[in-house]
Design a binder for this molecule. Structure first.
Ligand code: 9D3
Length: 277
């Protein structure tokens, strides 16, 4: 069997194309930190496309006023579609997607489905995606109806556009690529979900042992691996019960809480119970 046949779509480096009026937004993602290092290692790639470069009028118009009136501007369908055609041709040329499986077209929008770790994981295991970042009040619905396959939101707060949301989403995906983290990190990453059962992480301490009169919890200095593990688990349970009771319920429903976990939760005093958000 040839080498090419061995490398299936799942082992392909993801390629992300972004249609955006602000391509400069994405420099830090490819240039800095964990995502930048992964990019330098060739683990993923990103190409930004500006719809302004796909206009034909002298003003390079990418937006206009909404029919029916109202505040703000709407992104025009034509420059977005022309940019998308450019993206498709480029991906085909590069063989970015397996034949017959075109990349999804994902619109970043406050009306989208909430992004979370499963979506990050799916992106990391994919051959990539085409993202459309909205600006202004929105995107002409006819472009969405014709081309967009998914709509994603980062959460219930108002951004000035899709770009900052997409930065966070891609960062979450890229750090999951095999080889993106250094060795110590990746071992931790492999066990991260399983070890914490979807709970919040425990508190961490480092040197010095005494800082401004505050000590490190004694158990962490004890050298008793099992006691340390138990303490960390209990801290995770306490913190999660306080701040994210929804995650406790989800872990319980998934059968990820042991009898010892349940006993610890039951023993938490009422003032350690859930606090209002
Ligand atoms: C007046 C109605 N506005 C909705 C609250 C319109 C509107 C506000 C902000 C339309 C688009 C935007 C820009 N935001 C995004 O494009 C966006 C976003 C967000 O605002 N919050 C969380 N996730 C995302 S993903 C894209």
């Amino acid at each position: 069997m040839s080498e090419l046949a061995v490398a299936g779509p799942s082992s392909r480096r993801p390629r992300f194309d972004v249609i955006t009026l602000f391509p400069d937004f994405f420099g830090p993602l490819t240039g800095s930190g964990v995502s930048g290092r992964a990019h330098a290692r060739g683990l993923w790639r990103l190409q930004a496309w500006n719809p302004r470069d796909f206009t034909h009028d002298v003003h390079r118009t990418v937006d206009d006023r909404p029919y029916g009136g109202g505040p703000g501007m709407v992104m025009l369908a034509q420059p977005l579609e022309s940019a998308l055609h450019g993206v498709r041709a480029s991906r085909d040329e590069a063989g970015a997607d397996a034949p017959g499986t075109p990349a999804p077209v994902i619109l970043l929008a406050p009306t989208g489905r909430r992004y979370a770790q499963p979506q990050a994981q799916a992106l990391a295991e994919s051959s990539g995606a085409i993202f459309v970042c909205g600006r202004y009040e929105g995107v002409d619905q006819r472009f969405i109806d014709r081309h967009v396959t998914d709509e994603w939101s980062l959460g219930d707060f108002v951004l000035s556009g899709g770009e900052p949301a997409l930065l966070a989403m891609l960062d979450a995906a890229v750090r999951l690529l095999p080889g993106a983290l250094n060795h110590g990190d990746s071992a931790r990453q492999d066990s991260f979900d399983a070890a914490l059962s979807g709970l919040l992480d425990c508190p961490h301490y480092s040197r010095p042992e005494q800082w401004l009169g505050e000590s490190v919890p004694e158990v962490l200095l004890s050298g008793h691996h099992q006691r340390i593990q138990a303490w960390r688990r209990q801290q995770s349970l306490r913190l999660t019960a306080q701040r994210r009771p929804d995650l406790i319920a989800a872990a319980r429903a998934a059968g990820r809480l042991s009898r010892a976990d349940e006993a610890h939760l039951a023993a938490l005093s009422p003032d350690e119970g859930s606090e209002p958000n």
